[in-house]
Design a protein around this ligand. Sequence first.
Ligand code: ZN
Length: 75
Amino acid sequence: MANCPACEAELLDDDYTDMEVGDQVDCPECEELIQISGLSPLDFELASDDEDDEDDEDEVHDLDDEEEDEEDLDQ
Ligand SMILES: [Zn+2]
C-alpha cells in the first residue's frame, strides 16, 4: 500500500499491478496527477512536467483535456 503524495489517501497495490515506474495516474481521492516512483514497495510522487516551478504551476498546465469551455472565447 502507498499513499497519495498530495492528500495522503491510501492507494492499494492491487490497483496498480499493471503499471510501471513513471506512469502517471489520477489520485482517486483528490484527482491530483501523481506518478509512480516505485513498485516494490509501491510509491508515488507528484507528477510534474515542469521542473522549474514545481510548486506554483502544477494545476495551471496539464488541463488540456478538460478545458472544453474556453476554446471558443475568441469568436
Ligand atoms: Zn490524492
